[in-house]
Structures are given as structure tokens and as C-alpha cells.
Design a protein around this ligand. Structure first.
Ligand code: 1Q0
Length: 215
């Protein structure tokens, strides 16, 4: 039973976090962004250990950025905009190959950003899917159309195997702990525009600084 996981998950919590990401100056705040991902990781952990290799990588990346937020340079990492500006101005980003700065905030955040694109498509697929549609199909189709392009064969293969363990759409929606499947769908509809906005602002920022291919 998925819902029997030690930690409970609420979709609402995740959505509130992403709703709080965009500041009045249209900057993306790092703390709520990470809080949103932490909520998603909790959800993923409820789905079973077959997803551990995915949640571990997400946690590693969240922690890398959290460490910057806990360092002496913490204010530089308040928003994605200030992070990009600070790291570029100080030569802290490996632009050609991973060498001197293998865990820059910019390259680490980019991995989460790409995953957010998948999330956006996956949630839209869930929201608009038929009652009895397979979550695994929605998941693999959206993964193949997005994140898979950045992953080597072995990861794509492992992801494909894990996706088969996903429950049906309605069970999946009920695991979100916001009431019935219909209520979860309504909440996804409310939340998606915020997630899309966060994605769009980050994408534009990275494109503008030519950071979309960071190694
Ligand atoms: C519900 C099923 C979840 C399926 C997640 C799909 C994503 C598959 C990603 C596979 C990643 C494999 C691990 C390692 C990858 C890294 O090589 C890669 C690149 O990093 P690097 O350092 O090697 O250059 N890392 C990534 O691409 C980051 C991947 C982060 C994925 C985080 C996924 C978190 C998932 C959350 C569950 C979503 C549930 C949605 C429903 C909740 C409702 C709001």
C-alpha cells in the first residue's frame, strides 16, 4: 500500500511551494523551489524503493544548492537570477566540461529545471488523462519527450523499468491526499500555471546567458 509510507505527502504543500517561487520582480526564489522538490521526493519515496535511484539523485542536487544557501554566500543564492549573476561574474561555472566547478549552482539547478519540464508535462498528462489511463504510459511518454534526451541509455532503461511499478491514474491521484481523484485533478489545474511560470522564467534566464547546455 503506497499510502502507508512513513512520511505522508500532500500535493497541496508542493503546490503552495511552487506558488511562492516567483517574486514581484519575476525572480525565482530558491528556497520555495527546493521545498517544492523536497515534497515531490517525499511523494516519490511513498511509491516504493524501486524509485530510490531517482529520489537519491534529486536529494543530492537539492542538498548541493541548500549548502550554498547555508554558506557565507547565502544571499547570492536567494534567487536563481542572483545565483546566475554571482557564479558567472566570479568564474564559478564550468562552461565546456565539468572540471574545476563540478557542482556549480547553475549546473545543478539546470538538472532540476529540466526535471521540472518533465513534471509539468506529466502533471498535465495526468490531469487530462482518462479515468482508467495508465500512469506508467503517461510517465514514459512525457519522460521520453523531455528528460530522456539528457540521460544515457542505462538510466533511460532503469527509469522505464521503474515506471512500470506506477499505480493506475486514480490510485495515483488519491495518493496525493487532497481528497478524491476529481479534487486532485482540480488542484493540479490550479497549480500548473504556477509551475509553468517558474519553468518559463528559468528557461528564459538560462537561454539569455547561454547556460542551457551546462556540462
Ligand atoms: C512518478 C514517477 C516519477 C518518475 C520520475 C521521472 C524522472 C526520471 C529521472 C531519472 C533520473 C535518474 C537518476 C540520475 C540522473 C542523473 O544522471 C541526472 C543528471 O544529473 P548529472 O549530475 O548526472 O548531470 N539527473 C537528473 O536528471 C535529475 C532528475 C531529478 C528527478 C527528480 C524526480 C522527482 C520526482 C518526483 C515525483 C513526481 C510525482 C508527481 C506527482 C506529484 C504531484 C505534484
Amino acid at each position: 500500500n503506497m499510502a502507508a509510507g512513513a512520511e505522508t505527502f500532500s500535493l497541496r504543500e508542493v503546490l503552495v511551494a511552487f506558488t511562492a517561487c516567483v517574486s514581484e520582480q519575476r525572480e525565482v526564489r530558491v528556497d520555495p523551489y527546493l521545498a517544492g522538490w523536497k515534497g515531490l521526493v517525499r511523494f516519490l519515496n511513498c511509491l516504493g524503493t524501486i524509485f530510490s535511484f531517482i529520489s537519491k539523485d534529486a536529494v543530492t542536487k537539492i542538498e548541493i544548492i541548500e549548502n550554498y544557501r547555508n554558506s557565507d554566500q547565502r544571499e547570492k543564492y536567494l534567487t536563481v537570477q542572483s545565483m546566475v549573476e554571482y557564479e558567472l561574474a566570479n568564474g564559478l561555472v564550468d562552461l565546456q566540461q565539468r572540471s574545476k566547478h563540478p557542482n556549480s549552482g547553475c549546473r545543478t539547478f539546470l538538472r532540476l529545471h529540466r526535471a521540472l519540464h518533465w513534471l509539468q508535462m506529466f502533471l498535465e498528462g495526468l490531469r487530462t488523462g482518462e479515468d482508467n489511463s495508465k500512469t506508467s504510459v503517461i510517465c514514459s511518454e512525457t519522460y521520453n519527450a523531455s528528460l530522456a534526451n539528457y540521460h544515457p541509455w542505462i538510466i533511460r532503461k532503469a527509469a522505464g523499468v521503474a515506471f512500470c511499478a506506477l499505480p493506475t491514474r486514480n490510485t495515483f491521484l488519491e495518493t496525493m491526499n487532497v481528497g478524491t481523484a476529481e479534487e486532485a485533478v482540480a488542484m493540479l489545474g490550479d497549480a500548473l500555471p504556477y509551475i509553468c511560470e517558474v519553468y518559463k522564467i528559468t528557461e528564459e534566464l538560462y537561454a539569455q546567458h547561454k547556460l542551457l547546455d551546462l556540462p
